[in-house]
Design a protein around this ligand. Structure first.
Ligand code: HEC
Length: 129
């Protein structure tokens, strides 16, 4: 994973600061089950989508944090970037499903974290989303 990051153009890295790959593109776990709008999207498809994201989408630049763009923006990005990666239909669909689900997982995590900090009387972290 680190190799992938290091080999990418460091443009994104300067923005991403010290985010780990797991923070930028969370691994598929049981929490992803809650995000599925369609029951026919299997977790294995989401896993495949993450693989596409980390392998095919990092040839020209490094990993972009998924939370950086809105879901609508991601639709446009994948339409624009998919052909650059020469993705076929099924890889594109898996990528799309993963990115949207990961977006929801990250949003839930952020909300939980903020809620917890507020309950503990701690200041809220600044996020550039
Ligand atoms: C052939 C090289 C290449 C590949 C492969 C590629 N990208 Fe890009 N990507 C670029 C370039 C160049 C830019 C900056 C210019 C632009 O936005 O068109 C960019 C910009 C982006 C941005 C920022 C967009 C914005 O609106 O600011 C995102 C996010 C992104 N790429 C995601 C992806 C994803 C997801 C994939 C895989 C499907 C991918 N890229 C594959 C070349 C590539």
């Amino acid at each position: 994973m680190r190799l992938l990051l290091a080999s990418g153009v460091s443009l994104t890295l300067t923005f991403a600061g010290c985010l780990t790959i797991e923070e930028m593109a969370p691994p598929v776990g049981p929490e992803f089950l809650r995000t599925r709008t369609k029951n026919d999207v299997a977790l294995s498809v989401l896993e495949r989508g993450r693989e596409v994201y980390l392998a095919d989408c990092t040839r020209c630049h490094s990993v972009e944090p998924i939370s950086r763009y809105s879901k609508n923006h991601w639709h446009t990005i994948i339409e624009r970037m998919g052909p650059l990666s020469k993705l076929d239909e099924s890889r594109t669909a898996a990528l799309q499903a993963y990115v949207l689900a990961a977006h929801t997982v990250l949003a839930i995590e952020t909300a939980n974290e903020r809620h917890q900090r507020m309950s503990n009387g701690l200041p809220l972290p600044q996020r550039n989303e």
